[in-house]
Design a protein around this ligand. Sequence first.
Ligand code: SIN
Length: 287
Amino acid sequence: MSLKLRKLSYALGAEVCDIDVTRVSEASFGEIYRAFLEHGILLFRNQNISREQHIEFSRRFGELDRHDALPRDRHPDYPEILLVTNEPKPDGSPSDSRYTGRQWHSDMSFTTVPSLGSLLRGITIPEVGGDTVFANMYLAYETLSDGMKALIADLHGIHLSGTRKINNEESGSTRAEEQKKLNPPIAQPLVRVHPETGRKALYLGDKVKRFDGLTEEESRPLIQYLNEHATRFEFIYRHQWRANDIVAWDIRCTMHLALGDFDETQRRHMERTTVLGTPSGYVVASA
Ligand code: SIN
């Protein structure tokens, strides 16, 4: 069978059409994985599947993270599933993950085993908005001048865990403190080589406040420039969710942002599996 693909944007992404992810042969999965490497993001629409089936399909991409770095956000019965939801907890208090992803980031970059990819399933979607935006970090790197490429070649960005919005909220401070204890600051190369395609990609985002060996003041202008460059409209795809969408992204060449562009009195409930990547980065003494 040959895969029916429809490009999602100029920069990245393709929809895999007419497919049921619970019935994919070995050969078809080989094609899916090649498309994943080529397009960076794959969209599978109309996948009304169970949690077990979500986990099973995700395992075909590799071993799954049990989310020990984000214990509050994992599903109590399915550690392979990370909740991204604004549904209140059973005791009525706000969900810990209601602001997950509201900064440009690459999943688990604040650990020494950053992910290979994630598969996010849209379950309850607001009437309008709640979109996710993805940036192609190969293009971000490849379109820099040779001078800039030489300047940044050996830099390491220090990635911090936590979300800005929760860090700034009284109710989120316990979670933020826990997160910091569990996940010390990690320096990751600013330019990474994709282990399967061999292409170079920029590795940055809003979790980075400085480069190892430089102060925040010294780092800020370069971080700002590179993040703005990486998120130019030409390099992004904005996904408008429908219930039962699954979006799989290759974390080694993309970054993404969950937009808060929706009425927060409406429910947005997403469930994510995260595929383990290869070890990268080192712990630094201070952020
Ligand atoms: C994430 O960062 O994994 C969540 C993205 C989203 O909720 O749109």
